[in-house]
Design a protein around this ligand. Sequence first.
Ligand code: ZN
Length: 459
Amino acid sequence: MTTTLIKNGTVVTATDSWRGDIFIDDETITQLGVAIDRQADQVIDASGRLVIPGGIDVHTHMDLPFGGTVSSDDFETGTIAAAHGGTTTIVDFAVQDRGQSMRKAWDTWMGKAEGKAAIDYGFHMIMREFNPELGREMKDMVGEGVTSFKLFMAYPGVFMMDDAGIFAAMQRSGEVGATICMHAENGGVIDVLVKQALERKQTDPKYHAITRPARAEAEATHRAIALAEMANVPVYIVHLTASEALAMVTEARDRGVPAYAETCPQYLFLDYTNYEEPGFSGAKYVMSPPLRAREKQDDLWRGLAGDDLQIVSTDHCPFCIKEKELGLGDFSKIPNGAPGVETRLSLLHDGGVRTGRISLHRWVQICSTAPAKMFGMFPKKGTIAPGSDADIVIWDPEKVLKLSHETLHMRCDYNPYEGRTVVGAPEVVLSRGRVVVDKGTFKGKPGSGRYLRRAPRAI
Ligand SMILES: [Zn+2]
């Protein structure tokens, strides 16, 4: 059994900040103290550094078949990139195919991750349909630690379910103690707008955004919350982008409805004008929902500061340029998604903490603690406390990092933030007590990540 002592750091959790030491027995934090006087096999000096719980990204798509291709990071490259950025846990999405059992889908995704993942991982389950057999299986899935189900109100013919199916799946989710994750955009309306745009020969990447209006997101968000309220189940809106949609979440929360939402760094730091970059370059930013107007970003920041938005995840779903080119001449064929799993903590530290929009504690909360609590991983994950997994990041708050696909580790030949300089980056990253990244060098092992059996929701 290896013992580790992290000395002299400023430990920052969602609630506390103190200067001192952390003792780790093998994989687990066993002692916190101001000055721990014990021998350890490895000693890490964290003087002048922050010591934070490892990041938790509850929205990634590794090795996902989508849009006529497959996302370019698999569980090995994607989790190594995550670790470089200070993320030590991901919750990815397994996908149930029409006519297929969820057990089969879960087995498939377990197979994709096994022997590859370098950090711990769990799964949500995407349901494309609902029937009594799948209803029975939802309980089995909860038993396997898949305690959240994702439904879509967009992508007709691919992922979209109608309101009846959504409502039935929600009711069942409430019965089995699971949470509903919702992609909230009105897919029917968007389909009509897309067809009309293509008929007008409006084929450039920017029409992806123009055909997915903020009101289509707000309408679906409102409907998702209303359906969940009637079905008596908590609902978590994934990748919320529009202030109009945030207003729906805020209204529901003010009435005491268990409605939650995440946003993603791209919606805080990029905007509609990126689609107007020359040539086909706008395709790099094609994702759903799309980037919105810059002047609306303050609303998202206010939501994050005031807890109407609880989590920032990434929706990491990278495609290389040649894959994006499937949509040359037809924006609707551009694979939706972009890389992001590696840059979340640094972007939010630089653009959130250093600008005073959120506190250090709020940063830890939205990047680690809240995701752990929302999705049944707390207190094993998401904090620094005796008994918790030693998923720890030694964070250098002054480190200057230039973001570029050439130096980042995600398997993608572009980066949406290319050339942007951020301040604050991981120095050492530990996953269950093992150093996985040391000063920019990967020291971990593919396959050492463990499947997380997540708990049913507590409320
Ligand atoms: Zn997604």
